[in-house]
Design a protein around this ligand. Sequence first.
Ligand code: PBG
Length: 352
Amino acid sequence: MAIKFGRSIESRTRFAPAEAPAQERLDLPVRMRRNRRAEWARRLVREATLTTDDLIWPLFVMDGNKARQPVPSMPGVERLSVDQVVREAERAANLTIPCVALFPYTDPTLRDEEGSEALNPDNLVCRAIRAIKQDVPDLGILCDVALDPFTSHGHDGLLRDGVILNDETVAVLVKQALVQAQAGCDIIAPSDMMDGRVGAIRKALDAADFTDVSIMSYAAKYASAFYGPFRDAVGSAKTLTGDKRTYQMDPGNSDEALREVALDIEEGADMIMVKPGLPYLDIVARVKEAFGMPTFAYQVSGEYAMIMAAAGNGWLDGERAMMESLIAFKRAGADGVLTYFAPRVAEKLKQG
Ligand code: PBG
């Protein structure tokens, strides 16, 4: 089946005359390079643009005070104590980044089979939300809903006899979402890939009068090797038993992504996300074309690590690779990107 793009070749040339273009009739060569010959011309004809409004900045929260801890597999990314997260939130606001995403590094002593720390209204994420909202009230906050930073086995759901339980997990995720909404989270982002969780969370949010809290569902989330560095950052890499292929999607599938997205929209998602990013741009393009929903892509930790590692070795120009990777998301039809490059991109865009 042919992939349809948001602005297809057909629609772009719909009004062109059926016969050969004028240049050819006049036996003149077509000079595609004319529009590329100077920076002003390239700017003038550019189809996709990247602005700070397109960025969501993921931050890792840890315990402590005035503490910052590098994540070795993500050069330039640190785990931050709540006070430091607030500092970075201020930085985000100054850079006109609209939204940050919070992920906790939960102390191993607080992890258990059920991920019960996820429901603690005073857990790291909730403390960080409250602190940010107090200091930078106009900054959007997105929170992941899934149990993996809290479970001793590193899975996103409840595990029994080697099986991830769907409905039992959804019941816990609903409570986790409510706890986060209560703390002041603006966007609930279920990343667990359990069936039916978006509808269950929407129902519960509405019933608790959180009608203004949005849902951005990780609708098409693939079982990916590119999450490796993230699992280092939240401390689930060492503890994860097995893999997540019984709930995250098979990388060979594309039609299935459309079904997943359709279901999440039906269940009440306000925005949808495709994850990982660059290796799945075909999915971003199909989803945007099919549904016209606010569509986001997650440039995940492994994608970030690849660019940083190559740049660190002098194998490519890191800054240019960063900008090119992000414009590619926009070209594919994404409305925004979750990216660890967010502050650096924003700084670069501000410099012009
Ligand atoms: C948790 C979650 C993951 C990521 C975001 N939320 C990891 C996973 O599903 O194993 C990955 C983000 C990244 O790699 O940057 N469910």
